[in-house]
Design a protein around this ligand. Structure first.
Ligand code: AMP
Ligand code: MG
Length: 332
């Protein structure tokens, strides 16, 4: 994430911008707030990072003691009482799965594990992959919000909220900051950004979509007051097996790293919440440009900017046009 036009501690009237970055959830988290004093800003940022750490302890696939791992360990054994946060994020993930016709699938966990993502990458055999297919059946995942339980129908099924969890955390931290009386801020978790309120002086926050090819000009710049933007890309995290490069977003149809027919390498999605933006960005990357853009166009309040392997940039009808024009001058 790149936040433009706001130097830390730039003061305007009684508000100043306070910002800090720290490593969390396997990425760099940056919290920016408009606060009445440096000290007040720092205290809120401390509370924000504590919330990120708390959510990571609940939702991480990499921690054996997380609420998520505890749920997955009891797959096939009936409903499991889980935290409100895990219920919430799983319900959101199921919603995105339905919207995307299964391109987003929170039951991708066993496939991620079989590919050895991220630490011990290996190419599974077609047989090994085929054996996992029944574990991706979304009918086997049930969330009961009233009972506070989640059930996984088959042993070895596993929920993975990696495709949506950072956005969810960004939303939760933004809500916490707001509840503390902060009038505006931005929570950035690498590619997932949630903004609320405004900059000191009342202008919107400006967030750049970085060019994944490393070019100096951003692909786009968006202005956010209450809203979110997430970018998913095949370049963000990848691994090599026998000299072949694979990436970490898997296509639930093939159980292989997603390779859309039209070769998308980066998808940025704007939506009201970062949870939705994050989930939809992952979904559109799997679906590819035509199918993915069709989903974006029929989703109210959702816009997207996509880049394909040939360097072509495409935007949905409501993507802020002025910014895209600016961008294209310096783009491919
Ligand atoms: P993101 O960086 O938001 O695109 O999310 C990538 C992460 O989502 C991966 O590291 C996996 O944990 C998970 N994931 C991979 N493929 C899928 C998929 N098709 N549906 C849902 N989650 C996925
Ligand atoms: Mg995502």
């Amino acid at each position: 994430m790149l936040l433009l036009g706001v130097a830390p501690s730039c003061a305007d009237g009684r508000l100043r911008v306070v910002r800090r970055s720290a490593p969390h959830m396997g990425t760099v988290v940056t919290i920016t707030v408009a606060a009445e004093s440096e000290a007040a800003g720092e205290r809120s940022i401390d509370a924000g990072f504590a919330e990120v750490a708390r959510l990571d302890r609940l939702l991480s696939s990499y921690r054996a003691d997380s609420d998520l791992s505890r749920l997955n360990a009891q797959a096939g054994a009936g409903p499991v009482a889980v935290s409100a946060e895990l219920l919430d994020v799983t319900a959101e993930a199921i919603g995105i799965a339905e919207e995307s016709g299964g391109a987003f699938n929170p039951l991708i966990g066993p496939v991620v594990r079989l590919w050895g993502i991220p630490d011990r990458p290996r190419r599974p055999t077609p047989d090994e992959l085929a054996r996992l297919r029944p574990l991706l059946d979304l009918g086997g995942l049930s969330v009961d919000p009233r009972a506070g339980t989640i059930a996984l129908a088959m042993p070895d099924m596993a929920v993975d909220v990696g495709g949506i969890g950072k956005g969810y955390a960004a939303d939760r931290v933004a809500a916490l900051l707001r509840a503390r009386g902060i009038s505006g801020g931005v929570v950035g978790m690498s590619g997932d950004v949630r903004a609320f309120g405004s900059r000191p002086g009342g202008q919107p926050w400006r967030v750049a979509v970085r060019d994944p090819r490393g070019g100096p000009d951003p692909l786009g710049v968006v202005e956010l007051t209450d809203g979110a933007m997430s970018t998913s890309g095949t370049y963000e995290r990848f691994f090599e097996i026998d000299g072949v490069r694979y990436h970490h977003i898997l296509d639930p149809r093939t159980l292989m790293p997603a390779t859309s027919a039209d070769g998308l390498i980066s998808v940025s999605v704007m939506a009201a919440s970062a949870t939705r933006a994050d989930g939809l960005a992952t979904a559109v990357l799997v679906m590819g440009g035509s199918e993915g853009m069709a989903l974006v166009e029929r989703s109210p309040g959702v816009e997207a900017l996509v880049l394909d392997v040939q360097g072509r940039v495409r935007a949905s009808a409501g993507w802020p046009a002025r910014k895209l024009d600016n961008t294209l001058q310096g783009g491919p």
